[in-house]
Design a binder for this molecule. Structure first.
Ligand SMILES: *Cc1c(COP(=O)(O)O)cnc(C)c1O
Length: 398
């Protein structure tokens, strides 16, 4: 399961010699080129925007309903409720699951801040469990040791587009009245054992932030639910707990997906499968290009999971040694990279009140030091991919 090599910071091979800018001409491109995508969709997107403007229906209404139905059809989801963002999706799912003050929710420390942030925002306590170095996802076998009588939910994250080990997650909470809330913000269309993420736990939470695989023209989110009661609660929560105007059954909030976003997302949803294939092909190409080089002392590409665990590559994150110097070298060569995430959540000042410290989650901390995300989007060209790999090999092999 783990890649054959073990990257270890202390193993940090040869000190970096001075790396001059590469001889090759600068081939600057974006880490994620959304303009290319818009150019290919301009007509369809502009028509969708016009349609909403002509209707002047901006809050909920037919576009939002249609997006929810089309999502459900595409991804075999039972109940679908859209909302204002991926962060809100997590918060609404937690509330719908009955999580609140003094409850505990188990999650991974290697994620975007909203994962643990949403737990804290509903008054509950995030309880971290370290990650599996092979997948960057929660080490599900360690969940049982973190369960207490206060544990109300587990929130695995399908990081970078790869599903967490959901069979083990579910086995850990079986018979314990603990909800499973999937943070699938980076993983739309991803599969675990042939099943779409979001349909495996009690709730699935998705984000339409522009850099996600299905990105809107702004913020947006979506929640999948397994029962009509849960879906009903979510629909109430997103409109101030109201079924009938000015009658408020429960305390809710304002968290709707804009009709304009829904209309744009409907256009993009029709292309998502093809884009996902593109991302997967780019990931495979990176692996081939790296395999041709002798870089295994320096970097490790993420291994392709078994076919039933369909990875959608929101990010292609390698592990590397001497990351800072490598990034600088790449930047000089016009190669954009990102680090998701440089500080694990348990070491963020915002979570200092939880009392964690360095060394508590060694795998998450190592990942934070080693990961480097390379550009991976459907429009990325062969030449661009070769330039990325060439610049990396220049850095290590000279
Ligand atoms: C993007 C993201 C979120 C939050 O989504 P927003 O739409 O930006 O609020 C939550 N969790 C993870 C893992 C994410 O990547």
């Amino acid at each position: 399961m783990a890649s054959s090599m073990k990257l270890n910071d202390t193993l940090a091979v040869s000190s970096p010699t001075a790396h001059a800018a590469p001889a090759a001409a600068k081939l600057a491109f974006d880490f994620l080129d959304l303009k290319a995508q818009f150019r290919s969709l301009r007509g369809e997107v502009m028509d969708a925007i016009s349609r909403v403007m002509e209707s002047q229906i901006f809050i909920l209404g037919p576009e939002v309903k249609a997006l929810e139905e089309e999502y459900a059809k595409e991804f075999d989801a039972k109940f679908v409720v859209s909302c204002a963002s991926g962060s809100d999706a997590l918060i609404l799912a937690l509330i719908a699951a009955g999580v609140g003050k003094d409850d505990e929710v188990i999650t991974a420390p290697f994620s975007f801040v909203a994962t643990a942030g949403s737990i804290a925002r509903v008054g509950a306590k995030p309880v971290f469990v370290d990650i599996d170095p092979a997948t960057f996802n929660i080490d599900a076998a360690k969940i049982s040791a973190a369960i207490t009588p206060k544990t109300k939910a587990v929130m695995p994250v399908h990081l970078f587009g790869q599903a967490a080990d959901m069979d083990t997650v579910k086995a850990m909470v079986a018979g314990k009245n603990i909800a499973v809330i999937e943070d699938a913000a980076q993983a739309i269309g991803s599969k675990y054992c042939g099943e779409f993420v979001g349909n495996i736990g009690d709730f699935g939470c998705f984000s339409f932030f522009p850099s996600k695989n299905l990105g809107g023209a702004g913020d947006g989110g979506l929640i999948t639910a397994q029962t009509p009661e849960a879906a009903d609660k979510l629909r109430l929560l997103r409109v101030h707990g109201s079924r009938k105007k000015y009658h408020h059954e429960i305390l809710g909030t304002n968290s709707r997906l804009d009709a304009l976003q829904a209309a744009i997302l409907r256009v993009k949803l029709r292309h998502l499968a093809e884009w996902t294939d593109g991302r997967r092909a780019k990931a495979q190409r990176y692996r081939e290009l790296f395999a041709e080089l002798n870089l295994s002392d320096f970097i490790a590409a993420p291994p392709e999971p078994a076919a039933a665990h369909h990875h959608v590559y929101n990010q292609f994150s390698i592990r590397c040694v001497q990351r800072g110097a490598l990034r600088e070298h790449l930047s000089h060569a016009g190669i954009p990279t990102e680090v998701y995430y440089p500080i694990p959540l348990h070491l963020q000042p915002a979570f200092s009140y939880l009392g964690y410290g360095p060394g508590d989650f060694p795998q998450a901390e190592a990942a934070s030091r080693q990961v480097l995300a390379l550009p991976v989007f459907p429009e990325l060209t062969e030449q661009q991919q070769q330039s990325v790999v060439q610049a990396i090999s220049e850095f290590y092999l000279r």
